[in-house]
Write a protein that binds this ligand. Structure first.
Ligand code: G3P
Ligand code: MG
Length: 356
């Protein structure tokens, strides 16, 4: 129409785009179980322009096959396992390191028939316990009644194998009993539930002499769920466990491993997934010049993308809020995004304009 500014066309997307996107989920594509405005349109724009993208979330709790089916439905766009990394996906590489593991986190059986114990077994772990199964079998561990634990979960034999590692797949729904079980195992004789390590703390100092290793899969203190204010995430549960651990050991630090955004291991894993996607969809040996990471949490999405050399695009539809934690002025150093945009569609438009 004469006089109206011509809609600026995207830079001609090369037949083989030399850039890609990585999307965070909660607070970028979804809020709770609802797609955010522009999320479906943003993914469709990229698909039409044959720009590859992956989803990289600190969320978890379900097997990747289940979560991608749910995401395809909620986003009304096909999401497949080969473009999807969740917090605990890299745990798959630990199956030859640990034989007996405690798989921690929701969902509970009353939420979903498959729990993280099932996910751990599908990953290939040989001997898997869950807090639900252990507390259902030994309810006296937690001296208060927790209805869901009265269901007899998978009933371990009388002899419970010593636990080699505690893998936190997702936020537990019952912090108290789960925290207590973890502390019991950490204070135990080399992971044997119901024992107390006599060789520890004798000189007032606690050292890890064979207790289970704790693996956290998500360090998010806050995350954006369906409530209008951010919610405490796995990082909040971790702070509770570490606070109790420091008290019961008179000041010892809890030795643990952490993956998930912003940690390098997760971004390296994601880069591998992206490169495999490029090989499959664009051609062998294809690499991209630029990866646009669209996130809502400066301390996971932005910090990790900046450290990994990806272009960090912060959106205002989730955890980041100009009225919280110092707003934009608080985004200094590693937390400073390349750009702040209203939402995911604006972020995609920006990246497509800019290209590789
Ligand atoms: O539990 C999920 C939450 O910690 C953040 O998920 O998708 O924003 O990385 P996401
Ligand atoms: Mg998020």
């Amino acid at each position: 129409v004469r006089g109206l500014p011509r809609r600026r066309l995207y830079s001609s997307t090369p037949s083989k785009p030399d850039y890609a996107f990585a999307f965070d989920i909660d607070g970028v594509l979804l809020r709770g179980h609802k797609a955010l405005p522009g999320a479906t349109a943003a993914l469709r724009k990229l698909a039409d322009a044959k720009v590859p993208f992956i989803l990289l979330t600190n969320g978890g709790g379900h097997h990747e096959s289940h979560r991608t089916a749910t995401l395809s439905r909620l986003l009304d766009h096909p999401i497949t396992e080969d473009m999807f990394i969740q917090s605990h996906t890299p745990f798959k590489s630990l199956t030859s390191t640990y034989r007996t593991v405690l798989a921690v986190g929701g969902p509970e059986p009353e939420e979903h028939p498959c729990d993280v114990g099932d996910v751990a077994k599908q990953y290939g772990f040989k001997n898997v316990y869950t807090p639900h199964a252990l507390l259902g079998c030994h309810p006296e561990i937690w001296p208060f009644d927790v209805p869901s634990f009265t269901h007899r979960g998978q009933v371990p034999s009388d002899f419970i194998d010593p636990v080699d590692a505690i893998l936190v797949f997702n936020d537990p729904r019952h912090w108290g009993p789960t925290l207590h079980l973890m502390i019991d195992l950490l204070l135990s004789e080399r992971g044997a539930l119901g024992t107390y390590s006599s060789s520890n703390g004798v000189n007032g100092q606690w050292q890890n002499d064979g207790q289970p290793t704790v693996w956290w899969s998500n360090n998010d203190l806050w995350w954006q769920g369906g409530y209008h204010l951010p919610r405490l995430g796995q990082g909040g549960f971790r702070a509770a466990v570490e606070g109790v651990w420091r008290q019961v050991t008179r000041g010892a630090e809890l030795k643990a491993q952490t993956i998930g955004k912003p940690f390098r291991l997760t971004y390296e894993y994601a880069e591998g997934v992206l490169n495999r996607l490029l090989e499959k969809n664009v051609g062998a040996g294809t690499r991209v010049k630029t990866v646009y990471m669209v996130g809502d949490n400066p301390r996971s999405d932005i910090e990790g993308a900046n450290a990994f050399g990806w272009c960090s695009l912060l959106v205002e539809s989730g955890v980041f809020h100009r009225g919280r934690e110092g707003g934009e002025e608080g985004l200094v150093g590693a937390l400073k995004p390349a750009r702040i945009l209203a939402g995911v569609e604006e972020a995609v438009d920006y990246g497509m304009q800019r290209g590789g």
